[in-house]
Design a binder for this molecule. Structure first.
Ligand code: 6GU
Length: 258
């Protein structure tokens, strides 16, 4: 998969993506990341890439032409068709379902805005999709682009080692494409002043361990992210696990109607 990043700080995104799973995915040739700087396509001595907004107000707006020329150069660098994704807080929320969809594409162009935004005519003419990584404000799209790259790269076949790949159970995914929150994890030592490891994890009984983890995942998801679970659609076995979890924890049975 090829990912082009159009940004005033392309090396920033490249830096973040040089480590860990994404770095290894690049080394293995599973993902190729290319940075592009619209300033290289700006004209004049000052190589302006932004201007004050019409109508007044704070901040600067990115100019059409440097961005457009940069995007066209990006497109021309590879024959594969690419969708242009603009990272902006005005975009649709990024979900794991969307990540899976993006991960299946051959090529992606990530457009990072800075300042107050990008001239809307450029967005209308060149952008296929607008995505946001959450309801908070970042000063630019670069960190969001790095988030997209990480989420997409780790889904490329061969990117994760066996020990890293989470066991995907067949549970139907929730509305945002996430199945359930993960269960808690423990490692050595068994006894610590901060507490003891749950005995079931030391039992060697794999069926019991799987049951406990499933129960923890259900319980945590229900308590922390109730919107991810449609209780009516849980299997009988999962309902029983969740009921037992809630009875044991003394938590309110429905966080939506406490
Ligand atoms: Cl994609 N960009 C910016 N600037 N802020 C954000 C965002 C994106 N997603 C959440 N906040």
């Amino acid at each position: 998969m090829r990912i082009d990043v159009v940004s005033l700080f392309p090396e920033f995104v490249a830096q973040i993506s040089a480590h860990g799973v994404v770095g290894r995915a690049q080394e293995r040739g599973l993902v190729a990341i290319h940075g592009w700087n619209p300033r290289d396509y700006a004209s004049g001595n000052y190589r302006r890439v932004d201007e004050r907004p019409f109508g007044g107000g704070p901040g600067m707006v990115m100019l059409i032409d440097p961005l457009r020329d940069c995007l066209h150069a990006t497109r021309a660098a590879d024959p594969a068709a690419s969708s242009v994704v603009y990272l902006t807080p005005q975009g649709a929320p990024l979900t794991q379902a969307k990540v899976r969809e993006l991960a299946g594409r051959e090529r992606l162009v990530l457009l990072c805005g800075r300042y107050e935004g990008i001239d809307e005519r450029l967005v209308a003419a060149e952008v296929d999709e607008e995505l946001s990584i959450g309801d908070y404000v970042l000063s630019g799209g670069e960190l969001a682009a790095a988030v997209v790259i990480d989420a997409v790269a780790r889904l490329q076949p061969g990117a994760l080692s066996d020990s890293e790949s989470a066991v995907q159970d067949s549970f139907e995914t929730g509305p945002d494409g996430l199945a359930l929150l993960d269960c808690p994890h423990f490692t050595r030592p068994v006894e610590h002043t901060l507490g003891t490891v749950p005995p079931v994890l030391l039992s060697g009984n794999h069926a019991e361990i799987a049951r406990w983890r499933r129960q923890q995942a259900l319980g945590r998801t229900w308590l922390r992210r109730p919107e991810l679970i449609d209780r009516e659609r849980l299997s009988r076995a999962d309902q029983a696990l969740l009921d037992a979890f809630l009875a044991e924890s003394g938590a309110t049975p429905d966080p939506r109607n406490p």
